[in-house]
Write a protein that binds this ligand. Structure first.
Ligand code: SF4
Length: 337
């Protein structure tokens, strides 16, 4: 199977007219983007020089801000530069992120012309009260219409979902995931809300009117949503922000459930639940778990947390981990001794 590689191009949506509670783009002034066609060309060429193109499936991704909110001629300039690589077969696709209310037939015709393969919508929530409270400036209906329109153009659909926004609860987050699934996205990203400096959310946090999710709650909510999305065959391509997402966690994140390996924590929690189900059926006190070497860290958890909890919960004397290449990645075998 080919390795998927994204060549990210950050396109700040300068002077964004919106004012979402969690976003600090509003401190940037001016209109348009500073990224040019030659920047795109240079960024892509420098990435391609370091990638084994034979064993990789490569996409160019325009992220940050709302791509389809920038001037049409700038969109065409940037897409044109990316399209040259697509035409020559140097990359396999072009993806971009935008707001649900920045999608219409004219926009989609333009994106289709330049070979855009996936559009990721910043859905955030499917609850209008949450969207309103966080000043998103669009409704759940906009997401429904945009998703349907994107699919009618035969362009891949991505949904970006947030957890823990003001007004959001575990129940509304699960409802959001279920409504997202009804729209049949091909892929999704799940982002627990972080309090970023210079945002409205930071002011709410400092005044005590907003309390972010704890890391534990964020992991648990994300786990439930991940399970729902996976059951519906939605490919979850990211959980949690990376420091490369144009955010410097040390400097920019004031509070919230940031963890450099957030996705790994969620995967470990899913493994923990599954192991509990297997182990509670036995009275034995020594357990042996065979696992692929590449899955050991997910199985044992961060700082071996899963092993410690399993021992405590089931009063086990020992858990032996056996590394076995023959066990399929993501699977394991439990033997009670
Ligand atoms: S999240 Fe997007 S739409 Fe909202 S303020 Fe930031 S750039 Fe604008």
């Amino acid at each position: 199977m080919k390795k998927h590689i994204n060549i990210p191009i950050f396109v700040p949506h300068l002077g964004c007219p919106n004012d979402c509670s969690f976003c600090n783009q509003k401190k940037i002034t001016g209109v348009g983007t500073t990224v040019t066609a030659s920047d795109v060309e240079n960024i892509v060429k420098s990435h391609l020089a370091t990638i084994n193109t034979d064993s990789s499936e490569i996409e160019i991704g325009f992220f940050g801000g709302s791509f389809t909110g920038i001037e049409a001629n700038q969109q065409e300039e940037l897409l044109g530069a990316a399209y040259k690589f697509l035409e020559k077969g140097k990359i396999g696709g072009i993806r971009l992120s935008t707001r649900p209310d920045y999608i219409d037939e004219t926009i989609l015709k333009r994106l289709k012309k330049f070979g855009v393969t996936t559009i990721e919508l910043g859905v955030q929530s499917m609850e209008d009260s949450v969207l309103k409270k966080n000043m998103r400036g669009h409704t759940a209906k906009d997401t429904i219409l945009a998703s349907q329109l994107i699919k009618s153009y035969n362009i891949g659909l991505g949904h970006q979902l947030m957890l823990g926004l003001p007004g959001d609860t575990k129940e509304t987050a699960i409802k959001t995931a279920k409504k997202s699934i009804e729209l049949k996205p091909d892929c999704a990203r799940i982002y627990p809300t972080l309090v970023i400096r210079d945002t409205m959310l930071a002011r709410w946090y400092e005044s005590g009117s907003y309390l972010p999710l704890t890391l534990k709650d964020a992991v648990n909510q994300c786990k439930e949503i991940l399970k729902l999305l996976r059951q519906a065959d939605v490919n979850v391509i990211r959980m949690g922000l990376l420091s490369s997402d144009n955010i410097n966690p040390d400097a920019d994140v004031l509070a919230g459930p940031y963890h450099p390996s957030f996705g790994e924590l969620v995967e470990s929690e899913i493994v923990y639940d599954a192991l509990c189900e297997q182990i509670e059926k036995t009275d034995e006190k020594i357990i042996e778990i065979s696992v692929n070497p590449r899955f050991v860290s997910t199985l044992v958890g961060c700082k071996k947390e899963n092993i410690k909890r399993l021992k405590e919960t089931f009063n086990l004397c020992d858990i032996k981990i056996v590394q076995d290449e023959s066990v399929k990645l993501g699977n394991w075998r439990v033997k009670c001794i």
